[in-house]
Ligand binder design. Structure first.
Ligand SMILES: [Zn+2]
Ligand SMILES: [Zn+2]
Length: 135
């Protein structure tokens, strides 16, 4: 791996990372656990949680928190805007770079140094809008 902070990539951690990088659905830890068991049947949920935290701390993945009760994980560690549908709870990637400009504006008005930008939109996704129309 390119990331020096993960000098020892265990088989379990690698499997978890592969599961996360194979989807853009921003899954929960439970979903990752269910899928990683396909290759590592004996892995425990606690091990999955621990490795997700390690991967997040190493900057290999992102953790997106929604309120107090659940987190979603993103195998793409680079900053990108997200859209959270409040109807179906899906989390979508929005493919445009808004962070750079916003960070520059934030630095200009505050004199602070921005190190990370988390940009999130919330609303109703196209699927949910369409299904409401059909009802
Ligand atoms: Zn939706
Ligand atoms: Zn994402």
């Amino acid at each position: 791996m390119a990331n020096k902070s993960l000098t020892r990539m265990t088989r379990q951690r690698m499997a978890i990372l592969n599961v996360l990088r194979s989807t853009t659905s921003h899954p929960t830890a439970d979903w990752v656990y269910a899928h990683v068991r396909g290759t590592l049947p004996k892995i425990s949920l606690g091990t999955v949680y621990r490795n997700l935290n390690l991967l997040r701390d190493a900057g290999e993945i992102q953790e997106l928190t929604y309120g107090s009760n659940f987190s979603r994980f993103d195998g793409n560690p680079t900053e990108h805007p997200h859209f959270h549908c409040t109807s179906c709870q899906r989390v979508y990637d929005l493919d445009f770079d808004a962070e750079t400009e916003l960070a520059q504006r934030a630095e200009k008005i505050s004199g602070f140094k921005v190190e990370r930008t988390r940009l999130e939109f919330e609303g109703v996704c196209a699927d949910c809008l369409n299904s409401k129309k059909r009802e």
